[in-house]
Design a protein around this ligand. Sequence first.
Ligand code: DHB
Ligand code: FE
Length: 280
Amino acid sequence: MARITASVYTSHVPAIGAAIDLGKTAEPYWQPLFEGYEPSKAWMKANTPDVIFLVYNDHATAFSLEIVPTFAIGCADEFRPADEGYGARPVPVVKGHPALASHIAQSVIQDDFDLTIVNKMDVDHGLTVPLSLMFGQPEAWPCRVIPFPVNVVLYPVPSGRRCFQLGRAIREAVASFDEPLNVQIWGTGGMSHQLQGPRAGLINSAFDKAFLDDLIADPETLSKKPHIEYVREAGSEGIELVMWLIARGAMSDTPPRVARRFYHVPASNTAVGHLILENT
Ligand code: DHB
Ligand code: FE
């Protein structure tokens, strides 16, 4: 059977992708950030899974504001990089896993979570920046990726509680897939940031660090945090953090091993947070 071995959490700041693509990672502004991901890249080399179930948000790249699915699952063979700001990143095409994705869709939808099935889709910085942070700049991504976009752009967005419960359903779905696949689940976006209005540039490190603590030790209580608290404390785009609860919900009930924890400010307008949790 397939099994979820670990979860990875990371911010997805588009300027990080641009810094990698333009060869600026050694510049003084960026160096401490990329240094923080070196141990994670080493961990990833030693723990490359067969498939990553990658929870992220699309930024009006694949889905315009005309159609906005709350939860969507990418079932295609491959997904092309595209981006709304800097243009498509020069990164490899993302290869999917249609059989596992279809199985998860079947299982999770029968479990009463209404997913949108997506058979053709481009992927933006929300998905490609986390891949670059964890894998660097390979010729091809070293494993399959199932993109799982979540709406955190247009209100109403899903609650943290629903995200956490959806993670539980994904866990059951993976565990009932009849192939011995090593699967990781990634939660991306965040941490505190606000890109617009009078509070643009807001960072709340105390909130972010407490979020990391609670995500590790008490995710069930954390999942009850209401939206308004994310927006008030972590900024309008801090709501991206609810996606981390999907990944955390898919982990075992036993306490995880913290393989990596890193926090850095600033990266563009965003606080960067990162965790690797292993199932024990
Ligand atoms: C920035 C951060 C984001 O999460 C995003 O999607 C776009 C921009 C920023 O820090 O500029
Ligand atoms: Fe974003």
